[in-house]
Design a binder for this molecule. Structure first.
Ligand code: ZN
Length: 273
């Protein structure tokens, strides 16, 4: 985790004053919006939210997000079209207020959510954007974002609803995939157990439900006379067990939901789809 990510949503030391951007990041996230820190030079960072034909930039009045919240001069947020590379033509999303820090942060996040809801949907789908300023939709979006994190997928625009195409890119090192998926197809409850078809990235770093040690412990309790080993390679986690006779020796891939096993051997041709 980079230092800016740690400051925004990682673990702080007990005596560390949170930076102002940490609260804005968290409040946006609770409205279903993932903000991305962008380095702008010096020790300056802003929060960006790619949306449609451009990007929303949020920062304090002096283009900071990483100052202690106690020194916060007030949030501003602007939308810039993609072709406005020097950001000369800001479209106001949230204006400087005289609210105190916490209220200012809530109001800024609300303004961003409402602005997104009122804007033309960025994809080609003929559909209104999801209104993320309502609690119910924001809760759904927050759950969807948590699931994307688990699958190591990065959203390219705010949550559009569960059955609307969502533009995503792969977050795994070594994979440059981007494409559109339906969130409804990615739910763990649907038995979805892989990140996207044809991923060329590093083995998954997502947190499995059980660690290797926990899984082994459970298996050896259930089957005390069988030797199990768990390995990780580019296909993901695999479990191998040996039992007599030798023809019954088997290797299978463990799906990330752990509700699925794909048999890899002794039929090496039977690869995962
Ligand atoms: Zn990938």
């Amino acid at each position: 985790m980079s230092e800016i990510d740690r400051l925004l949503h990682g673990v702080l030391a007990a005596d560390e004053t949170p930076v102002a951007g940490r609260r804005l990041y968290t409040v946006l996230r609770a409205r279903g919006i993932t903000a991305i820190p962008e380095y702008t030079g010096g020790n300056f960072w802003v929060l960006t939210i790619p949306f449609g034909s451009g990007t929303i930039w949020a920062s304090d009045l002096y283009s900071h997000i990483a100052k202690p919240f106690t020194e916060h001069p007030g949030w501003i947020a602007n939308f810039y079209h993609r072709d406005d590379e020097t950001r000369e033509f800001p479209i106001t999303v949230y204006e400087l207020s005289d609210l105190a820090f916490a209220a200012d942060t809530d109001a800024c996040a609300d303004a961003i959510a409402e602005w997104i809801a009122a804007s033309p949907y960025p994809s080609t789908a003929a559909r209104m954007p999801l209104n993320l300023s309502t609690q119910r939709n924001a809760d759904s979006a927050t759950r969807a974002l948590a699931r994307l994190e688990e699958l190591e997928l990065i959203p390219l625009h705010p949550y559009p609803g569960s059955d609307v195409h969502w533009d995503l890119t792969c977050g795994r090192t070594g994979c440059s995939w981007s494409g559109r998926l339906f969130y409804s197809h990615l739910r763990a409850s649907r038995g979805h157990d892989r990140r996207h078809v044809g991923c060329t990235g590093t083995p998954s770093t997502c947190n499995p439900r059980l660690t290797d040690a926990e899984l082994l412990q459970r298996l050896t309790t259930l089957f005390p006379n069988t030797a199990f080993t768990i390995t990780t390679d580019q296909r993901g986690r695999a479990i191998t067990w040996t039992d007599d006779p030798a023809e019954r020796h088997l290797t299978a891939l463990i799906g990330s939901s752990q509700g699925t096993l794909h048999r890899l051997s002794p039929s090496p041709d039977a690869q995962i789809p």
